[in-house]
Design a protein around this ligand. Structure first.
Ligand SMILES: CC(C)(COP(=O)(O)OP(=O)(O)OC[C@H]1O[C@@H](n2cnc3c(N)ncnc32)[C@H](O)[C@@H]1OP(=O)(O)O)[C@@H](O)C(=O)NCCC(=O)NCCS
Length: 157
């Protein structure tokens, strides 16, 4: 489990990511088609965390988490989705996925990063706060089930 590394997503990852998505977002999962579109999207940064020591197949490890963000350099970065399988949580994987995004933002001189998060999602809100994001607004009934979203933003110094 210690052997997690980070790389760009590939088409052959999508089936596993769809299964991870169903576990992590049981109410509003992204569809297979949405993930496939992000693989083709030039603005998308689509990164996976792979556990090299725990693969389903012979050559690939198990996908423990992923991040999708849109880097609209030099204007803004927008986080689309981030998730880590329950058995891999609290090991710094989401933090590392976000550090990869923030490094990309720095390299492309894109100082503003935005996201939306469910008001009830204390774990994610704490994760973003720990990386310097601040709450900057509320979107009423943003989600299909009617829950509000907090908008959070991070400004690179
Ligand atoms: C939110 C999520 C991505 C965090 O993934 P993770 O890999 O466990 O996060 P990390 O281990 O990198 O945590 C980094 C920091 O975030 C905060 N954090 C993460 N999970 C937390 C929790 N359950 N409670 C409180 N703080 C938490 C802590 O500050 C943590 O640092 P620490 O472990 O040193 O205290 C994961 O819980 C998840 O996939 N949830 C379901 C999907 C989801 O809600 N995605 C976000 C949508 S906006």
């Amino acid at each position: 489990m210690a052997d997690v590394f980070y790389r760009l997503a590939k088409p052959e990852d999508i089936e596993e990511i769809v299964r991870l998505e169903a576990v992590c977002f049981p109410t509003e999962p992204w569809s297979r088609q949405m993930f496939l579109e992000e693989l083709e999207n030039d603005l998308a940064l689509f990164v996976v965390a792979e556990d090299a020591g725990a693969g389903e197949g012979s050559s690939r490890g198990r996908i423990a988490g992923y991040l999708i963000a849109w880097v609209i350099a030099p204007v803004e970065c927008q986080i689309g989705s981030i998730a880590v399988l329950p058995e891999y949580r609290r090991r710094g994987i989401a933090r590392q996925l976000l550090e990869i995004l923030l490094e990309t933002c720095r390299k492309t001189k894109t100082p503003e990063t935005y996201l939306e998060v469910r008001v009830s999602n204390a774990a994610a809100i704490e994760l973003y706060r720990s990386l310097g994001f601040e709450t900057d607004g509320l979107r009423k009934s943003y989600y299909q089930d009617g829950e509000d979203a907090l908008t959070m933003a991070r400004h690179e110094e």
